[in-house]
Design a protein around this ligand. Structure first.
Ligand code: EPZ
Length: 455
């Protein structure tokens, strides 16, 4: 049984997914109201940040997703006491941080990339850190060279072995001048979590400025950190000796909100997403509107619905914030299979994030992937050697098929396609979807979807 299936089953089991295969009877518009809670890509990092505090931290808006469980387990093997005062809350007590055996770290890290972000906090608390081989969605090589270069610049000693990477900081971590070759989210978080308690000032250039980064900076500032965000992706971090715990409500998950919006479009549906926030979805909403999607913003969320008229094709380039997020393209491409004309999606962030379209073509879509990308004079985002492009010709009738989930966002797009398709589909490996979509089956039920979960 390959590791993906094992991961899927384990991930699914942890958040109560009692099966791994979904049978979907498609053709019904999704209609109703659902709620999104804290962002997976912030909550997991805020949990790690609690290691930097001398006292307890309280995190609110925590979704029931398996990535949260992975980080919780990793914190607990390092001696952090984690409790749940209320549903959706985590109380994190780091007062007795201790080192963990690499086998334990490896066992709990599973399919996650988060262990890399434990480096800075553990180097500050214990003077050493260990990182097993990292997992994460197979959407590219996903190297960690920017992370290790930044840690070395701050005084860390990096030893690679077949078990993983062992880091020490004999003289402690110190401030440094760091320029990222690309505005990497992970590497920016690495520098933030390492520099806040380093000796001296760190200047980080070409930093990522995603809303999740800004929310992590808010968490660290609540802990006592001094972080100055300048124009042009420059961040200054003045190290302090100690930090204390925080109390924080995580920003809502804009990636989940955008996914349900695309589901509404692809199924001719009407979905109110409570918790969706306009200011974090500006670029998505512009593209949604260009395709013909309708939306109403109000105080507690956004309603997304199909216009009832034919959808229009678009050209989209994924990019770092405030550009169009790479995590939004998979669900949107399903809707673009229903647009009247030719759409082009340039994937510029990851080199292998269009594989999920094979299953959509199996279901009747007409998508051609250009592995070298497509040159175009109208490009806004600087061309990257790793990019690829998908040319989507629509509208085509989608029909049921048996498909397997390749990764988190690709898996959600398969769900949408099966719901939009005529006939019956089976989707295996759905446990992976619970890594980032809280209670997605309950939400599908609430939206009137017709499905059965099988073992
Ligand atoms: C974060 O991944 C998110 N994951 C991703 O979401 C998201 O797609 C990505 O940021 C971009 O927004 C989490 O927050 C857990 P990067 P991360 O470092 O930090 C290259 C989802 O579906 N790079 O910004 O791993 C890298 O290969 C996930 O929720 C290096 O070359 O992304 C990629 O091409 C998927 N060397 C680009 O930078 C490095 O050391 C962007 O990666 C680091 C990154």
């Amino acid at each position: 049984m390959n590791s993906l299936v094992q991961d899927a089953r384990k991930a699914g089991a942890r958040v109560g997914l009692a099966g791994d295969r979904l049978t979907i009877h498609g053709g019904k518009p999704l209609k109703g109201t659902i709620t999104v809670r804290g962002a997976k890509n912030l909550v997991t990092k805020a949990m790690v940040a609690s290691l930097l505090g001398e006292t307890e931290s309280l995190l609110r808006g925590v979704p029931e997703i398996s990535d949260v469980n992975v980080v919780r387990n990793l914190l607990e093997v390092h001696g952090v006491v984690v409790t749940e005062p209320e549903p959706g809350e985590l109380l994190l007590d780091p007062r007795n941080v201790e080192s963990a055996h690499f086998a334990e770290i490896d066992a709990f890290a599973g399919a996650s990339r988060i262990p890399i972000l434990f480096c800075g906090p553990l180097l500050h608390r214990l003077g050493e850190a260990f990182i097993p081989d990292l997992g994460g969605c197979r959407i590219g090589d996903r190297p960690i060279d920017f992370h290790l270069d930044a840690l070395r610049a701050m005084g860390a000693v990096v030893d690679k072995s077949y078990e993983g990477i062992h880091l020490t900081a004999p003289d402690g971590l110190h401030g440094a001048m760091i320029e990222l070759p690309y505005p990497s989210v992970g590497a920016t978080e690495q520098v933030l979590l390492s520099a806040v308690r380093a000796t001296g000032v760190t200047e980080l250039k070409n930093a990522a400025i995603e809303p999740e980064i800004m929310d992590l900076i808010a968490v660290l500032q609540k802990m006592g950190a001094i972080i100055q965000v300048e124009p042009n992706r420059v961040i200054f971090i003045e190290g302090v000796e100690t930090l204390h715990g925080y109390t924080h409500r995580a920003i809502p998950d804009r990636n989940e909100a955008a996914s349900w919006a695309s589901a509404a479009l692809a199924t001719h549906g009407d979905i109110k997403v409570i918790g969706a926030q306009q200011q974090e979805l500006m670029t998505f909403l512009n593209v949604f509107r260009k395709v013909g999607g309708m939306f109403d913003v109000d105080d507690d969320g956004i309603r997304f619905f199909h216009p009832g008229t034919p959808l229009k094709p678009v050209v989209v380039e994924t990019d770092v914030h405030p550009g169009f997020m790479t995590d939004w393209q998979q669900p949107l491409i399903v809707a673009l299979t229903q647009a009247e004309g030719v759409s082009v999606v340039h994937e510029t962030v990851y080199e292998n994030r269009l594989g999920f379209t094979d299953a959509l073509n199996q279901m009747g879509a007409d998508i051609v992937v250009h592995k070298e990308g497509i040159e175009s004079v109208t490009r806004r985002v600087p061309r990257r050697p790793l990019e690829q492009a998908a040319v989507v010709t629509g509208p085509t009738d989608l029909h049921g098929a048996d498909v397997h989930v390749p990764d988190l966002r690709g898996g959600f797009s398969h769900l949408i396609a099966a719901l939009a398709a005529d006939g019956t589909s089976t989707i295996s490996g759905v446990g992976i979807i619970s890594r980032g979509y809280e209670r997605f089956l309950d939400k599908l039920q609430a939206l009137g979807a017709d499905f059965v979960l099988e073992d």
